[in-house]
Design a protein around this ligand. Structure first.
Ligand code: A2P
Length: 317
């Protein structure tokens, strides 16, 4: 299994289990199946609404000797309604309580979007706080504090454009160590990948399979179906593997981490087995030609009328 290395010597397995969209009733068994299949990286977030079920699974896995805490990489994310400096440690402590852990390996700012503290998803413009009211630099100070306290070994961001990372770097003492963004052959993010590499910031690819089970609010009729791509299917046939495995192998080959979500034990196993597939340079080049700059998770839900956020301001493109 490929690993991403951090400055202090810690390593993160390139393939992790995604838990976004995993129902609370399914995620416990999915985490157990993943650990039994050899996963040592689980990607979580407070907003997924299933961290206490993930926590039950982790408790069982440790108690039954399936894995030791120090062998496992656990990531979670700060939700948008907890961006104020004084909210960050309590939000992280809630996540740690739910996950039944003493520390996270990685804690990320989920979105560069701030919401009022009693709002989970915005329903109107009053639910938002602008980045002038709660600057990312304020949020980042709380993240740094979490790291200093040892509650998170590493800290980073998610859904950040190059511009937002540049602004953060100019005004902060420490760099994010990770940027987790949507990434797959239809959204290859070549400039962002090059910039993060230059800055020594790792990337994790979310929705690597095109997130077929994404919520209705993120579905458009014109969306392409990544898992049905003919080129990906042809490459899969050559390797006698599945299209999902080609997509996962592609992400690993590019030096990123990747977090395919599944609650199905066979697919969970299949997805980690993608670590054994080696795509040729020619195949990587062929896939490079598939880029459509297509976001499945385009963040339009943050850009409702009257919101201080716009799609252009979010992605800076
Ligand atoms: P399931 O959880 O039933 O396995 P993404 O990681 O891009 O968000 O995609 C997740 C979607 O892809 C889910 O619908 C998941 O369904 C499905 N999926 C996960 N692994 C595979 C696989 N190996 N083959 C086909 N579908 C998969």
């Amino acid at each position: 299994m490929e690993k991403l290395s951090f400055k202090n010597g810690d390593t993160m397995p390139a393939i992790g289990l995604g838990t976004w969209k995993s129902d609370p009733g399914d995620v416990h068994d999915a985490v157990i199946a993943a650990i039994q299949s050899g996963y040592r990286h689980i990607d979580c977030a407070a907003i997924y609404g299933n961290e206490s079920e993930v926590g039950e699974a982790l408790k069982k896995a440790f108690a039954d000797g399936m894995v030791k805490r120090e062998e496992l990489w656990v990531t979670s994310k700060l939700w948008n309604n907890s961006h104020r400096r004084e909210q960050i440690i309590p939000a992280l402590e809630k996540t740690l309580k739910d996950l039944q852990l003493e520390y996270l390996n990685l804690y990320l700012v989920h979105w560069p979007i701030a919401l009022n503290k009693d709002v989970t998803f915005p329903e109107g413009p009053d639910d938002f706080l602008s980045l002038e009211e709660v600057p990312i630099t304020e949020t980042w100070k709380g993240m740094e504090e979490a790291k200093h306290k040892g509650l998170a070994k590493h800290i980073g961001v998610s859904n950040f454009s190059e511009k937002k990372i540049r602004e953060l770097l100019q005004q902060s003492e420490s760099k994010p160590e990770m940027n987790q963004v949507e990434m797959h052959p239809y959204l290859q993010q070549k400039e962002l990948v090059a910039y993060c590499k230059e800055q020594g910031i790792h990337l994790t690819a979310y929705s690597p399979l095109g997130s077929g089970d994404r919520p209705a609010r993120s579905k458009k009729e014109s969306d392409p179906v990544l898992m049905e791509d003919k080129t990906i299917h042809n490459i899969a046939k050559k390797h006698d593997c599945s299209p999902a495995q080609v997509l996962i192998s592609w992400a690993v080959n590019r030096g990123t981490a990747v977090i395919p979500k599944s609650v199905n034990p066979k697919r969970i196993q299949q997805n980690i087995d993608a670590a054994k597939i080696n795509l040729s340079d020619d195949e990587m080049q062929t896939i490079a030609g598939l880029d459509k700059h297509h976001r499945f998770i385009d963040g339009a839900f943050w850009a409702m009328e009257g919101s201080p956020y716009s799609m252009e301001g979010l992605w800076n493109e």
